[in-house]
Design a protein. Structure first.
Length: 198
């Protein structure tokens, strides 16, 4: 992706982001560990054209899931009133939509690594609420980052199948997405892991 969209709080590529403590060399070893290959990169990039005009529909499914589960919606609520903060939900939704496109772009460079680390910090007490300047719950427990891996990747498959690709190609796109999301989740986990244990 050559030009970054102007989305509030979307800091991919910003020089102000901290450098990821997970190095490019570390990331190469992680890719090997989850069997992520050049073929996965190719199928992620195929998925870009499949998903780019379905982003809002995908977000409707994902946000519907969060909205139907009060224990998840809780992390978007005002600490004082307990009510969902609509502006917060909307701001995160815009960045989440761009995350779909970034994942499908499969550009794994230092800027990408830095932004994945930033995403982890924004879920953790280190930086939660700072990007959108809201008074919400201070921390998302690690267990929910891991738990959401399944609904996010499972519900994506029907969208990958909507553009007439063969069942084999749809499965390869889906497998590539699962591996990529897992890799990202591993990087997001860094702030949650006791120093020296990552």
């Amino acid at each position: 992706m050559s030009q970054r969209p102007s989305i509030p709080g979307y800091d991919y590529g910003s020089a102000n982001l901290p450098t990821s403590p997970v190095s490019l060399e570390d990331f190469e070893l992680l890719k090997k560990s989850v069997l992520f290959s050049d073929e996965d990169v190719r199928y992620l990039r195929i998925s870009y054209d499949v998903l780019k005009d379905q982003v809002e529909d995908i977000l409707d499914v994902w946000y519907g899931f969060v909205g139907d589960n009060p224990h998840l919606l809780y992390y978007f609520t005002d600490k004082g009133t307990g009510e969902p903060i609509e502006s917060y939900l909307n701001a995160v939704r815009k960045r989440f939509g761009q995350w779909i496109l970034d994942t499908a772009s499969a550009n794994y460079d230092q800027q990408w690594l830095n932004y994945q680390y930033e995403i982890g910090l924004r879920h953790h007490r280190s930086k939660k609420n700072q990007t959108d300047n809201v008074s919400s719950v201070d921390h998302i427990p690690f267990r929910y980052l891991v738990a959401l891996f399944y609904p996010i990747t499972y519900t994506l498959k029907p969208f990958l199948a909507k553009k007439g690709h063969s069942a084999e190609d749809v499965d390869k796109m889906h497998q590539a997405w699962m591996k990529s999301v897992l890799l990202q989740l591993i990087i997001w986990s860094y702030p949650y892991v006791k120093e020296g244990d990552f």
